[in-house]
Design a protein around this ligand. Structure first.
Ligand SMILES: O=P(O)(O)OC[C@H]1O[C@H](O[C@H]2O[C@H](CO)[C@@H](O)[C@H](O)[C@H]2O)[C@H](O)[C@@H](O)[C@@H]1O
Length: 286
């Protein structure tokens, strides 16, 4: 973990991370800063419908956004849900925010208020119909429940007595169900999501970096779905675009250790992300 103090930016623990931060500070207007939603901007809660951005998140983003080239949220949520739960629409300073939903296959632009969505994948309806039977046959733990996300379906185990074992027991049946209908399984913090293939947070981040001609990238996430974005930052570095990988630390046992192992900087959950953004904004003169 990098060292932190109230008014000083933390120092990334890797040379690549320090180069990424230095590049962002040297040319903020040509930088892209992107964030996952759940676990990064919003504290994790047992009911996904009750998730809301940390109270300091929008103020910190609003302060930072006018100082950097592009601010984006890249989430597994439907974009409209993240916009609503984040309180992003109409927020001061966030007139150019991009929210990329469903792992980048949807895009909401604050500047126009428009939402771009893909054609629905036919496998999602088939999976929705078969899933209750598959869970019953698999002996799903009590507390397991289905989140209908419209363009995807998520099976949550956080409310089970042992959420990790409950998810593990469903991995093979859900892999098989997804494969039978042309979907993929996206594992997360006590959730297995069945969703269309072909897009991930890495592709979304890379495309946005190129579209905005960003010369430095900061990406903050907390979960396995963010690993693709971490891979994208590694590839961008190889292309000569410096990057900083931030991990919003998850509770032990939530299965997100792979992210923490690769981060240049680890902060203490959404509150730590807010502190980082606030300090970054202040360092940039906001
Ligand atoms: O890409 P993200 O923004 O991190 O979204 C990924 C998933 O987030 C949600 O689930 C997670 O947050 C819930 C609310 O805090 C929590 O109850 C759950 O255990 C977490 O896995 C969301 O419900 C999923 O649909 C997203 O795929």
């Amino acid at each position: 973990m990098g060292s932190t103090s109230a008014a000083q930016l933390p120092v990334p623990r890797t040379e690549a991370g320090r180069a990424g931060l230095a590049a962002l500070l040297a040319d903020p207007e040509q930088s892209l800063v992107a964030f996952d939603f759940d676990g990064t901007l919003a504290p994790i809660v047992p009911d996904p419908d009750a998730a809301r951005a940390h109270p300091g998140a929008v103020p910190a983003l609003s302060r930072l956004a006018p100082r950097v080239g592009t601010v984006a949220v890249i989430t597994g949520r439907p974009a409209a849900v993240a916009v609503r739960y984040g309180g992003f629409a109409g927020a001061t300073g966030l007139a150019h925010l991009r929210v990329l939903g469903h792992y980048g296959s949807e895009q909401w632009d604050a500047a126009t208020g428009t939402l771009r969505t893909p054609e629905p994948h036919p496998g999602v309806a088939a999976v929705q119909a078969e899933l209750p039977g598959v869970l019953e046959t698999a002996g799903a733990w009590r507390g397991t429940w289905i989140e209908d996300k419209g363009r995807a379906v998520a099976v949550h185990t956080r409310r089970a007595e042992n959420p990790a074992d409950a998810a593990e027991a469903l991995r093979k049946p859900l892999d098989d169900l997804a494969a039978a209908h042309g979907l993929v399984v996206e594992p997360g913090r006590f959730v297995l999501e069945l969703r269309p293939p072909g897009m991930d947070k890495g592709r979304a981040l890379t495309a946005l970096t190129h579209e905005t001609s960003a010369r430095a990238v900061l990406y903050a996430g907390d979960d396995l779905g963010d690993l693709a974005a971490y891979d994208a930052v590694a590839a961008l570095r190889a292309e000569g675009v410096p990057g900083l990988l931030v991990c919003s630390a998850a509770a032990t046992g939530e299965g997100a250790d792979a992210l923490a192992d690769r981060a240049d900087l680890t902060v203490d959950g959404p509150g730590g992300v807010v502190d980082l953004l606030t300090t970054l904004a202040a360092t940039l003169g906001a």
